[in-house]
Design a binder for this molecule. Structure first.
Ligand SMILES: [Zn+2]
Length: 193
């Protein structure tokens, strides 16, 4: 095996180990078992194709949700996300092109390299998304009554499949309802001081 193949194989094994560790931690901390999407999540490359989970609930309707969506628009969050996606595509094109030309990667190696870049970039992207979700929640909560905001998030909490924050950072574009609720309660407390 070439040095590049060793590095790629090592990185994929590391990814597999980390994802498996996350699943075990998740099962122990939240629901005590693996769900049917676990295998799709831990297998490298397969996890690029299949959805991370089936029953992720998005919120719909209600004064708080409408105010939240409006806040996304006013804060130009869609533009930020599209810019990040464009930047990512550009970065991939350049780095894969360089790996193909200078390191003479074959197609399979390029695919694996893309997968690894994608896996790391996704976590960074989710972090930005989380910040935007908190911002939209904060602005929305200021516009509706505080009780309306917390009740909307509590309703979401009941519908949503529970996940730890670490799992959400790896697999979701939205913080869990519990994370959002905690953040709203904290920021409301701060602004009342
Ligand atoms: Zn949102």
């Amino acid at each position: 095996m070439s040095a590049a193949e060793w590095v790629l194989t090592g990185a994929l094994l590391l990814e597999f180990g980390l994802r498996l560790g996350l699943e075990i931690r998740e099962a122990r901390m939240v629901h005590g078992k693996f769900d049917r999407f676990t295998a799709f999540r831990i297998l490298p490359v397969v996890n690029d194709v299949f959805p991370a989970e089936a029953n992720f609930t998005s919120d719909n309707g209600g004064a708080f949700v409408n105010a939240h969506e409006k806040a996304h628009g006013e804060l130009h969050h869609g533009f930020v996300r599209r810019s990040l996606q464009f930047g990512f595509a550009l970065f991939c094109a350049l780095s894969l092109g360089a790996a193909g030309v200078y390191l003479r990667f074959n197609l399979l190696e390029l695919l694996l390299l893309f997968h690894l870049i994608f896996a790391v970039a996704k976590i960074g992207y989710h972090m930005v998304c989380f910040t935007e979700e908190y911002e939209a929640d904060f602005l929305a909560a200021k516009r509706v009554q505080r009780g309306v905001a917390t009740r909307a998030l509590e309703a979401l909490l009941v519908k949503e499949f529970p996940r730890t924050p670490l799992f959400a950072y790896v697999y979701r574009t939205h913080p869990t309802a519990q994370m959002r609720l905690d953040r709203i309660v904290r920021t409301c407390k701060k602004s009342r001081r």
